[in-house]
Design a protein around this ligand. Structure first.
Ligand SMILES: N[C@@H](CCC(=O)N[C@@H](CS)C(=O)NCC(=O)O)C(=O)O
Length: 212
């Protein structure tokens, strides 16, 4: 049995959405953040990293978004949300799947932390980070001009990795998407997906506490 330990307003939206795309089955346990935004102590005890997401699969604990999403995409639903080695778009799939947490999210998080810590906007580190983010967003925009989804013609787990950066994350920092029309159109397509909508009712920032 798969249990998703969902931390409020966090990356654990990803596995919930993935399992909704696949039609389950899974269980969910909800956890809150403290006023400092840290995860509540019970969440910290689930894994030594103390960060979201964390899932358990038949008693085995898995943390870190990429590992969690790759595990579920490969092991569940006949692997239909993972692109297989040898497929023509395998390299694109790998790139976007990993780019989300390895490159894009660290820059966006730096901006969130800088804002929260009152770092001046003209701080050199902050400016460097903003330049990198702009370069990354231009790359995202170019990709979405070539293909409807990050890995190509089909929706895959790479979309699940990428989307969180542009949705709930933006509650924490004002990432302006005005200059990225293809990205905005993509997000509209994503937000229209029934499974995404279900996952938001279950685990989104305005979740319906009566659902799961
Ligand atoms: N790269 C990690 C980042 C994990 C992470 O920082 N998660 C945040 C939530 S989105 C968190 O747990 N924050 C609360 C805390 O660290 O107490 C991943 O993708 O799993």
């Amino acid at each position: 049995m798969i249990t998703i330990y969902h931390l409020d307003r966090s990356r654990s939206e990803r596995p919930v959405w993935l399992m909704e795309e696949l039609g389950g089955p899974y269980k969910i346990e909800h956890f809150d953040r403290l006023e400092t935004w840290e995860a509540e102590p019970a969440y910290k005890k689930l894994h030594p990293l103390g960060s979201s997401p964390v899932i358990s699969v038949d008693g085995t604990i898995i943390a870190e978004s990429g590992a969690v999403v790759e595990y579920l995409a490969t092991m569940c639903g006949g692997g239909r949300l993972a692109v297989k080695p040898g497929a023509v778009n395998y390299a694109e799939y790998l790139f976007w799947f990993h780019f989300a947490e390895a490159s894009l999210m660290p820059e966006v998080t730096r901006e969130i932390m800088s804002e929260a810590g009152g770092v001046p906007h003209d701080n050199p580190g902050r400016e460097y980070s903003r330049q990198r983010t702009a370069k990354y967003l231009a790359h995202v925009e170019a990709r979405l001009g070539e293909a409807p989804f990050f890995a190509g013609d089909e929706f895959t787990a790479a979309d699940i990795m990428m989307t969180f950066v542009f949705t709930t994350t933006r509650l924490f920092t004002p990432l302006d998407l005005e200059a990225y029309p293809k990205l905005r159109a993509y997000l509209e397509r994503i937000e229209a997906r029934p499974a995404y909508q279900r996952s938001q009712r279950i685990a989104g920032p305005n979740r319906d506490r009566h659902v799961m």
